[in-house]
Design a protein around this ligand. Sequence first.
Ligand SMILES: [Zn+2]
Length: 392
Amino acid sequence: MIEVEHLPVVDVHCHPFLERGAVTAEAFTDLTAFGGGSRQYLEAGGVAWSEEVRDELQRIKRSTLYFKRMILDLARFFDVEPSVDTVVAARNAAVADNYPGYVSRLYGDARLETLVFDFGFPLPMLDVERVRGELPVEVVPVFRIEPLIADLLKADIGWSEFRRRYDETIANALTTQGFRGVKSIIAYRTGLDISPLSRTPDQGLQALDAIRRGLGGGSMKKLRDHLLCRALELCMDHDVLIQIHTGMGDFEVNLLLCRPAYLMDLLRFPAYRACRVLLVHTGYPYHREAAYIANVLPRVYCDLSEGIPFAGNAAWDIVRGVLAMAPLNKVCYGSDGYALPEINYTSAKLGKQAVAAVLRELVSDGMLSQSDADAAAAMILAGNARELYRLG
Ligand SMILES: [Zn+2]
């Protein structure tokens, strides 16, 4: 047996949210389900919106293992019948009664104590203090570079000013605004096949000039690649971790160029070997690649988020596949939760269950001693993330 119920949890990658009050069952489904598309997605493809199409999307969203699991977890928590309607009614009553009190009981049930929030989603960026004020847990903010890049591209400025503001904004976020690290979603934009030689400032100058003159030729990729290299340098200067999105995401992700393997050339380049890098989503469904990289590159780490909880029972496969190669002190639990507090909750329950089950197998297979497995559970669920973000 690996006892995990009592263990505290740090959710190393998720997104901030504010209280939304009561929601309908339909809105709850839209806000918490993963995948299945949206009204905007279908309308942009020429599908006329109707009640039938709405019901079709709701049925898809409610038919994933992840969503069904969440309803079961919440039904147990509220002690009601496991249906979307009863669970949503119970959570709305609890929210109306006392939102922080509800979140406190919910997160207390999973011993979820710390949320590392990527403030780059949703946009416009939520106010850190306001988010912190609503949540009865430790909030650790992380700064995403892509909204900054979008702002700088909109400004009528040349390269030297662009680069100065880029550096200054990131440095300020880390030194005066309380952000504890940096995040990039370049996998969503131009992919992870980034040459470390993109670090030369001339590449930024040339790329921005070409963009300003309306030339294509991969200029945007050249600019983004250069700016990611620069972000790695700033993270080393400030001695903070960078989270890089790898693997799964929403339908916009480039499902080929999001493979962690594409990052190898960059991460093993001598100038970047000192940088601490967390491979967000551990590249799922390419999680074994991320685990291998974490094995051979000393400062690369894996975050189990998004596959847990949204890939449902793949949680076991993800933990098993990652632990096959990633050192036990380099794997961090995360959820990628957003919008409503219930996602982080069900994810923490599922994550604990999968971590415990896989460690139990490893003990019975003679791969780990019981005490090593007990220690590993505490490290994966909280300790490794606390160390990476120096959370005391
Ligand atoms: Zn995320």
